[in-house]
Design a protein around this ligand. Structure first.
Ligand code: CDP
Length: 241
């Protein structure tokens, strides 16, 4: 584990907890559980990139300008539903649509485009308001979107573990052939996300590295919640962390 000085975030907003890491490292489910434990809002930045990709799939012209125009016409946004921020498209919960393999296959290509990243980032920054801490997960939250986040975690796991978790999450039996195919797809997405010019996937210098290979879900949630409590001693959290 790398532990360097905590970065200080400007005092005019709620504390941001950035959780970044490669594909299928468990960021979103961990971030959601951590947010529940500490009474924070969870924001999955990947959902907006996936939403833009779902929009792009319906277009012949996939230029950033055309994608943004169509996304705004179709009302792509994160809405608060029962305390959770849920991606909406065409007035409906877009969660099932954005997890489809056609979206997953194209999302790295779409999200490499700078104007689309600016569009997403403006929405992420606007969502951080009020007093409740925000747990945000993605690829570049601690490096580019909130470089002054008070707590940064870089979550990873071995390629095999990640491939296995992704198959189980999709309800598919993780046999050898499927594991190899899933691992190859994740590796390709990580390659594209790490090699792009704008805000590539990398561990922030001041992020705590958490390798969850062989770790249970509760354990990793507990580790991060404990870290947050130590880093943010002035914040009053529920008694259960
Ligand atoms: O859940 P999973 O690990 O499959 O990925 P995700 O968080 O839903 O993100 C999907 C894709 O969006 C990533 O592969 C990246 O290409 C892109 N993304 C990004 O570029 N920057 C972010 N902050 C979040 C996601």
């Amino acid at each position: 584990m790398t532990r360097i000085r905590p970065s200080i975030q400007p005092s005019d907003g709620p504390p941001v907890i950035a959780i970044d890491g490669p594909s299928a490292s468990g960021k979103s489910s961990t971030a959601a559980a951590v947010a529940r434990v500490i009474g924070a809002i969870h924001l999955d930045s990947g959902a907006l990139y996936r939403g833009l990709t779902a929009v792009a799939l319906g277009l012949a012209d996939r230029s950033p300008r055309a994608i943004i125009r169509a996304a705004e016409q179709r009302g792509l946004e994160l809405r608060q539903v029962a305390g959770e921020l849920v991606p909406f498209l065409d007035g409906r919960d877009a969660e099932p649509r954005i997890r489809n393999p056609d979206v997953t296959d194209l999302v790295s290509e779409v999200s490499a485009q700078a104007p689309l990243r600016d569009w997403v980032n403006a929405r992420l920054r606007k969502a951080v308001q009020g007093t409740r801490p925000v747990v945000m997960d993605g690829r570049d939250i601690g490096t580019a979107v909130f470089p002054d986040a008070r707590v940064k975690v870089y979550l990873t796991a071995s390629p095999e573990t990640r491939a296995r978790r992704r198959l189980i999450q999709r309800g598919v039996a993780p046999d050898h052939v499927r594991l190899a195919a899933a691992a190859a797809r994740l590796a390709e997405r990580d390659r594209l996300d790490s090699c792009r010019t704008v805000a590539p996937l990398r561990q922030a210098q001041d992020a705590v590295l958490l390798d969850t290979t062989g770790m249970g879900f509760e354990e990793q949630v507990g580790e991060i919640a404990g870290l947050i409590r130590r880093r943010l001693p002035e914040v009053r959290f529920p008694d259960n962390i």
